[in-house]
Design a protein around this ligand. Structure first.
Ligand code: SF4
Ligand code: FES
Length: 256
């Protein structure tokens, strides 16, 4: 596409508050070098229709707030170049598997509740030591590698939007929260695994995943939630693996 050439952006408009019928509205946008889908939407909002609802903040794939369906796939609008999309018309819609607040803005409350349910923070048995530790808790490179990629999650929710299991079971804990459960279970500084495994070792937890792998496919930060789910499964059933992966973390499991 050449600079100045116009292209079409189709936006799915919906306002549940007014119970209006949802429908696509088309906008013409002039292409600029390096234009992202978010820039195209902001152009349409500024010059064609101020009422388009979009959520964004950092514009650099860091805050996780601009997730939406772009040509059928969950992506970050600020991280998706118009030039990388093969289709001549860009079609945008709210993220799947989330309630719509208006247009492209979805409600993430349930998503963050699930995230919170896996205790996404370091948990030490000795709270005093955790809060007033007199020394560093050293980790080897290997111990860091065990959880590092999972710590890159920006909570954009694209993985949950891509997950076919989320479509059939809204109570499913979901790839994002399961990925974060593993991120802390795999951290050698943590002692809260027993609590997290109670949340994930349930019919709506790790056992619900069909291993489609779409969560890992769409993640913009290279996190692999599908791998995390497989590792959590192993930890919940294999005492020997549990021992290797963190005996100090799960004394109750080891004595079962
Ligand atoms: S795992 Fe990836 S896709 Fe899922 S919320 Fe985190 S950054 Fe987004
Ligand atoms: S605006 Fe922050 S991730 Fe896109």
């Amino acid at each position: 596409m050449k600079v100045g050439e116009t292209f079409k952006v189709k936006v799915l408009r919906e306002n549940p508050a007014t119970k209006s019928t949802k429908s696509y509205q088309e906008f013409s946008v002039p292409y600029e070098a390096g234009m992202t889908v978010l820039s195209a939407l902001l152009h349409a909002k500024e010059y064609s229709d101020h009422s388009i609802a979009i959520r964004y903040s950092c514009r650099m794939a860091a805050c996780g707030s601009c997730g939406m369906m772009i040509n059928g796939l969950p992506r970050l609008a600020c991280y998706t170049q118009v030039s990388e999309l093969p289709e001549s018309t860009i079609t945008v819609a709210p993220l799947e598997h989330y309630p719509v607040l208006r247009d492209l803005v979805t409600n993430s409350e349930n998503f963050f509740d699930k995230h919170k349910s896996v205790l996404p923070y370091l948990h030490r048995k000795d709270q005093t030591e955790q809060e007033t530790s007199a020394s560093e808790f050293a980790q080897s490179s290997k111990e860091l590698e065990d959880f590092l990629q999972f710590s890159y999650c920006i909570k954009c929710g694209l993985c949950n939007a891509a997950c076919p299991t989320m479509a059939s079971d809204p109570a499913f804990v979901g790839p994002q929260a399961l990925g974060q459960a593993y991120r802390y279970v795999a951290d050698s500084r943590d002692e809260g695994a027993i609590h997290r495994l109670k949340v994930v070792d349930t019919p709506h937890g790790v056992w619900r995943c069909h291993f489609a792998g779409s969560c890992s496919f769409v993640c913009p930060k290279g996190v692999d939630p599908a791998l995390a789910i497989q590792r959590l499964r192993r930890l919940t059933v294999t005492k020997s693996s549990t021992k290797k992966a963190g005996a100090r973390l799960m004394p109750a499991l080891l004595t079962k």
